[in-house]
Design a protein around this ligand. Structure first.
Ligand SMILES: [Zn+2]
Length: 110
């Protein structure tokens, strides 16, 4: 459970194991650590709150990992949409589409 040396930004092991337990409980799938980190930092990434080093690592992971990339793309698109339409009510059709997409993206039992 250790991050390769040369990277001073290892995650606390306690946080990761909590996510891992949750992920396994939801889908029965084994989620690899880079995916856990990517998902755990999704909102920080989109908000630009990560250090350049972490940001780069997540970006590299997204280049290799289609499931994570689609999840990030969806969130980024949603964020942009909400930003553009901040004065409008979110339509029910979008809400249900969001719920559906989140289900497909991460919580489908095998
Ligand atoms: Zn991934």
């Amino acid at each position: 459970m250790s991050v390769p040396a040369g990277d001073g930004e290892a995650l606390p092991v306690g946080d990761v194991s909590g996510l891992e337990a949750e992920a396994r409980a939801v889908g029965g799938r084994t989620v690899t650590e880079p995916c856990q980190e990517a998902i755990a930092t999704l909102y920080s990434f989109l908000d630009g709150e990560l250090t350049p080093k972490v940001r780069r690592r997540i970006q590299d992971h997204l280049d290799d990992c289609a499931p994570c990339l689609s999840k990030f793309d969806f969130e980024a698109e949603l964020k942009a949409l909400v930003g553009r339409k901040c004065r409008d009510e979110v339509p029910d059709s979008l809400k249900s589409r969001v719920a559906m997409a989140l289900k497909l993206a991460g919580d489908v039992p095998s």
